[in-house]
Ligand binder design. Structure first.
Ligand code: B12
Length: 212
């Protein structure tokens, strides 16, 4: 790994906002692959996460990392490109009830928009009812449920159940995504697919949308 990559990861882990953003700008100017940068963001947040679990970092540190991550994503978003083509279809996206993590969801949203989809972003901590109403209103091809907390899995299941209960399950494909999602989550929630990374998730969403 190059020095700049390591320095960037270390700055993120140490919550050194200024150094982290300076290095990010340098990497963007050097036209580095934004997905490689995203991989490093993931590595950095994993260490922040470990430190939180070990009791070395506190909620205030998670909040600080969240602020830095938001700034990183704002800088990185244009590097993923921007398309003004005809919409490939509508995606309804949101973080499920009880969960306020939205940085990963926002990346997925940016990538989908760059790929030509129209994304209706419902925001965070959204009840099953809000998703049901949005499906009726926007008629999406895919519904993307995001969540990082273990408890979010239960909310995802409730959301899929509510969509089925409203008689809308055959009208949409559903993907669940976030750090704690796997094949078991997909089976348990009754979703059509799952993803724990943005690039793979976007590929799966494109397949669910009919291979557009
Ligand atoms: C930043 C952060 C916060 C910020 C969130 C800010 C924000 N606006 O999102 C704040 C401070 C608010 C926060 C709060 C809390 N957090 Co927090 N947080 C994190 C942290 C450090 C980073 C998350 C992040 O943004 N990562 C960067 C992005 C880019 O990665 P990502 O979210 O994983 O998303 C990627 C993929 O998952 C995927 N993806 C994500 N969503 C979707 C959706 C779809 C459809 C697809 C296809 C893909 C996809 O694509 C993304 C890019 O690759 C994580 C640690 C971690 N490793 O996840 C803990 C973590 C998620 N938090 C945790 C906890 C415990 C909390 C709190 C309960 C703490 C507390 N005691 O108050 C609260 C919960 C509040 C709530 N009700 O939701 C735990 C969850 C543990 C668990 N198993 O439930 C973690 C894992 C930390 C830990 N190790 O304990 N947190």
């Amino acid at each position: 790994m190059t020095d700049v990559r390591e320095e960037f990861i270390n700055a993120l882990v140490d919550l050194d906002e200024t150094t982290c953003l300076d290095l990010l700008k340098k990497r963007i100017e050097a036209q580095e692959d934004p997905f490689v940068i995203l991989e490093d963001v993931r590595k950095g947040t994993d260490v922040v996460s470990e430190r939180f679990e070990e009791g070395r970092y506190f909620v205030s540190d998670l909040m600080m990392s969240g602020e830095i991550l938001k700034e990183i994503m704002a800088e990185l978003k244009p590097a993923f490109g921007d398309t003004k083509m005809k919409s490939k279809g509508t995606i309804v996206a949101g973080t499920v009830e009880g969960d306020v993590h939205d940085i990963g969801k926002n990346i997925v949203t940016a990538l989908l928009e760059a790929d030509g989809f129209t994304v209706i972003d419902l925001g965070v901590d959204q009840s099953p009812d809000v998703f049901v109403k949005a499906i009726k209103e926007y008629d999406p091809v895919v519904v993307s449920l995001s969540g990082l907390l273990t408890e979010a899995i239960e909310s995802m299941k409730k959301t899929v159940d509510a969509i089925a209960g409203a008689g809308l399950r055959d009208r949409v494909k559903i993907i669940v995504g976030g750090g704690r999602c796997d094949e078991e989550t997909k089976e348990y929630t009754g979703a059509d697919d799952w993803a724990d990374d943005a690039a793979g998730g976007v590929r799966k969403i494109k397949t669910l949308a009919g291979g557009v």
